[in-house]
Design a protein. Structure first.
Lengths: 175, 59
């Protein structure tokens, strides 16, 4: 209603505010969104592609998105899965520059590489709930985001954590 | 993080796993912050979709 009643100059001002808000959110959330998609098993390049796709979808409807953190993860996850979890060939770079200038720009530390490899070896459902879990979502919230049964999410989370401990050589994994 | 906070029972090795996950995430975020070109990414978005969008989402 406020938008309908706004004068043109007010509309322009509201668009400017939304644009600033979007740019701030992009700068703040993009690294975390890439980490989230990488936790699903994506390379840095594929994660950048999915994250950029989610932000591109968000841009025209930005003022209507109430919970950007979850919205962006949901849409980036869908973009990654829709593209068949394929990798972006290094020899065919995108026709427009995105946020990740070169694949070689992302050189992960040893621990990050080890954990990323372990996450990548989990079964798909376990990897999915872990990605949300590591980003701070509770099993009930994950179930709501994925449209899944909360009990199944808790079960997958327990299995994922047990498998990760085994893969990472952490004591207490033998159960 | 406790089992209650996680929503799963406490099991041996949980603290070590959570610490390792947190370390990996922090390291990756630090790397990404240094590698990403935010202005190029924003310019790409303002130029419009690269291909057919996935369709609207609701919140």
């Amino acid at each position: 209603v406020e938008l309908l009643l706004a004068r043109p100059d007010q509309e322009a001002e509201q668009r400017d505010i939304a644009a600033v808000s979007f740019a701030d959110c992009y700068a703040r959330e993009l690294p975390g969104l890439l980490w989230f998609v990488m936790s699903l098993g994506a390379s840095a390049e594929a994660a950048a592609d999915a994250a950029q796709s989610a932000f591109t979808d968000a841009f025209p409807v930005w003022p209507t998105i109430q919970h950007p953190h979850a919205w962006l993860r949901r849409v980036a996850q869908r973009a990654y899965y829709r593209r068949g979890m394929r990798e972006i060939p290094v020899e065919s770079p995108p026709d427009r520059p995105g946020p990740l200038p070169t694949a070689s720009a992302v050189e992960l530390h040893d621990e990050a590489r080890t954990v990323s490899a372990a996450l990548g070896r989990l079964p798909a459902k376990q990897r999915q709930v872990m990605a949300w879990h590591v980003d701070g979502y509770s099993p009930a919230e994950i179930a709501a985001e994925l449209g899944a049964d909360p009990a199944a999410v808790r079960q997958n989370l327990t299995k994922a954590r047990r498998n990760l401990k085994r893969l990472l050589g952490i004591a207490g994994s033998a159960r | 993080m406790t089992g209650a906070e996680r929503g799963t029972p406490d099991v041996a090795g949980d603290t070590e796993l959570d610490l390792l996950l947190l370390t990996a995430k922090t390291q990756t975020l630090t790397t990404l912050v240094g590698a990403l070109d935010i202005q190029a990414g924003l310019a790409d978005i303002r130029a419009g979709p690269r291909q057919a969008p996935d369709g609207p989402d609701t919140d």
